[in-house]
Write a protein that binds this ligand. Structure first.
Ligand code: UDP
Ligand code: MG
Length: 293
């Protein structure tokens, strides 16, 4: 690789739950591309309590370190277990299902430079995302972008390069389930960490996805909770504003009929209370997020 800057050594963490069909081609792709690159690296597969042959298959692959979780703990928990045991300071995550292009790992790592995270955004030329997922994905992405205050080309891509200390900084917030990637994205953007998006392709999956449609609600709740944690005013100011508008509209109407109603007053009081709660949460967030010296 022609590059005058020194590239970091990387730990590639691959969570796998019942992926006996996808694990071999996925690992082969990663292994081959890393073997032909000059990057110092290790490959860690976290077998997340699989009940099929995933564990045995992974253990048989040369050059791969396997961490065996005794029971199924979830995507985020598997990633955290792998990242905790990583020996290098830069982490790459990908899936064990043949979806993410492993051949992009070296150039994503090269893009890291002084960034804290480089996300492979699934907006390349060849992207296969199941149609049923598209509306929910779009809505969550638009909401998150408003709340985070910047465009988010891909909210929860599972192919990304992250500094280990970025993950460790937010470890207590990162959930055991699928929202790991959404949370680290929002946490990074809300704390002005440097995040870069690089377009990648995304292929159809080998085997069944482990994600369920009901997870969309969990994602919505998670987005709201994460934003309240980092930037509560983004939620409480507009909420208070909505009640204020209701109050003022009712008040305007009341003026025309010459009778000031309790409903208008209730609108104003609710608005003030919501704004006060917002300001209080803002103080708490500032204290919680103060840099450690
Ligand atoms: N996975 C895991 N534990 C789980 C669920 C999933 O380790 O409880 C792994 C899974 O094997 C895959 C990755 O996490 O390698 C992402 O899951 P999946 O591909 O099903 O999610 P999607 O990419 O469809 O959102
Ligand atoms: Mg996947």
């Amino acid at each position: 690789m022609e590059n005058s800057t020194i590239l970091p050594a990387i730990s590639i963490v691959i969570p796998a739950y019942n992926e006996e069909g996808g694990i071999v081609p996925s690992l082969k792709d990663v292994y081959e591309i890393m073997d032909s690159s000059s990057l110092t690296h290790e490959i860690i597969v976290v077998n997340d309590g699989s009940t099929d042959k995933t564990a045995e298959i992974a253990a048989g692959v040369k050059g791969v370190k396997v961490i065996d979780l005794p029971e199924n703990r979830g995507y985020g928990a598997a990633l955290k277990a792998g990242i905790r045991s990583a020996k290098y300071d830069v982490i790459v995550i990908t899936d064990a299902d043949g979806t993410y292009p492993a051949n992009r790992i070296p150039d994503l790592v090269e893009s890291l430079g002084n960034y804290d995270m480089v996300v492979g955004a699934r907006i390349g030329k060849n992207v296969t995302i199941p149609n049923v997922r598209k509306p929910a994905k779009w809505a969550l992405r638009v909401l998150s972008a408003y709340l985070a205050g910047r465009p988010i080309p891909d909210l929860n891509s599972g192919l990304r390069v992250m500094r280990k200390d970025l993950v460790m900084r937010f470890e207590h917030l990162l959930p055991a389930g699928f929202s790991f990637t959404t949370t680290i994205t929002l946490a990074s953007l809300c704390t002005q960490s440097l995040v870069k998006y690089v377009p990648i392709d995304y292929h159809a999956r080998i085997g069944d996805s482990k994600i369920k449609a009901t997870h969309a609600f969990d994602f919505l709740l998670l987005i709201i909770r994460t934003i309240v944690y980092f930037n509560p005013l983004k939620i409480f100011l507009p909420m208070g504003g909505a009640f204020f508008l209701l109050g003022i509209s009712k008040f305007a109407y009341d003026l025309t009929i010459g009778n000031f109603s309790e409903t208008a007053l209730l609108g104003f009081i609710t608005a003030v209370l919501l704004w006060c709660v917002g300001l209080l949460s803002d103080q708490i967030a500032k204290i919680a997020l103060r840099p450690k010296v």
